[in-house]
Design a protein around this ligand. Structure first.
Ligand code: PHE
Length: 346
């Protein structure tokens, strides 16, 4: 008898209940009148009178344990029920949430593509500061003090002295400062491109921004000629733009190159027929370029009689506009996902 009691103790102690059905099973087995404990109580009659009292006490303990466990289990099952009821109902007919992937910014895409094209023909990538002294942004590049060419680029000054530009600090207006820094610190051959952010004091509109991106390129070595400049940029345009794109060199002026040329390509939007983007001319400008002025080479401590070179510079926003028909510069910085998502997977 006592062994039976012990076994049932064990059973109750190990019992777990997770549902109403299991709770009912527990009740039937241990609590109900037809349960095992009632059965044991009935068996008391057969116990010798001397032991009856002790066994009876054991049985009472067992009965209490069963009741306690039952109360605890039913509380647990009730709690489960209420929390299941208070959760919002699951609507299995709802469409799934689309799994949105991030996109690369169009300017990043185009910058990477430009870098890739030039890296394949032996250019490496160089970097330089955005806060620059007057010397690197203007002086070394042959912009004499008070020369009107300085007005070509409206400058944000960080620190400006009256009448003596040499101490000025400014936000670089072009990436040409890296040209100078490279020539100062490296011996030719130098063959680098320099992507980076530049700043000009312009009112923000669809066509102008006070912050944009350029990629400058420079190649300095013995016997570098204008033909090398042309070959390199022809190759670049052929790689980057649609097949059949025309390219032309138009004489121009930059203080730091001589001769200088601007590079136009046939309009990617209208195919050269004339549209708003190309102002009906069929051509759009994509870059400035030229043979680095011997004085600029000398300014950096390189002998211009031994070395010559070319440089070019282009705006990444402009190229992206032509490649992806982006007609408002402000879209690049507004972070509108409807714009950015159009570049998914490119
Ligand atoms: N720095 C010039 C600009 O910002 C572009 C350029 C670079 C022109 C190199 C010639 C050579 O307009």
């Amino acid at each position: 008898m006592l062994e039976n009691v012990k076994a049932i103790y064990e059973e109750i102690n190990h019992y777990t209940v997770a549902s109403k059905e299991q709770l009912e099973q527990f009740r039937m087995r241990f609590i109900s009148r037809k349960g095992v404990i009632t059965e044991l109580f009935e068996g008391l009659k057969t116990i010798p009178a001397a032991d009856r009292r002790a066994v009876g006490q054991e049985l009472n303990g067992l009965k209490n344990l069963a009741q306690e466990r039952f109360d605890a289990f039913s509380q647990h099952v009730d709690d489960q029920q209420t929390s299941a009821n208070s959760a919002p109902p699951v609507d299995l007919t709802l469409p799934t949430v689309p799994n949105l992937t991030g996109t690369q910014h169009p300017l990043t895409l185009v910058r990477q593509r430009i870098i890739q094209i030039f890296e394949r023909i032996g250019f490496n990538v160089a970097d330089g500061p955005e806060i620059e002294s007057d010397w690197y942004n203007f002086g070394a590049l042959n912009f004499p003090d008070n020369h009107p060419a300085r007005d070509m680029q409206d400058t944000f000054f960080v620190d400006k002295k009256d009448n003596d530009p040499s101490g000025d600090m400014l936000l670089r207006t072009h990436t040409s400062n890296v040209q100078i820094r490279l020539m100062e610190h490296q011996k030719p051959p130098i063959r680098s491109i320099m992507p980076g952010r530049v700043y000009r004091n312009e009112t923000i509109s669809a066509r102008a921004h006070c912050m944009f991106h350029q990629v400058e390129g420079i190649y300095i070595d013995r016997n570098v000629g204008f033909k090398d400049l042309k070959d390199t940029l022809y190759h670049f345009v052929k790689e980057l733009f649609e097949p059949g794109t025309q390219i032309r060199f138009r004489p121009s002026y930059f203080p730091f190159t001589e001769p200088s040329a601007e590079i136009d390509i046939s309009c990617q939007i209208c195919g050269g027929k004339g549209c708003n983007i190309c102002k009906q001319s069929g051509w759009v400008e994509i870059a400035g370029s030229g043979m680095v002025d011997p004085q600029v080479i000398a300014n950096c401590g390189i002998d211009p009689d031994e070395y010559t070179g070319f440089a070019f510079g282009m705006g990444i926003e402009r190229i992206t506009q032509l490649k992806y028909v982006v007609n408002d510069l402000r879209l690049y910085t507004e972070n509108d996902v409807r714009f950015l998502r159009q570049f998914e997977g490119l």
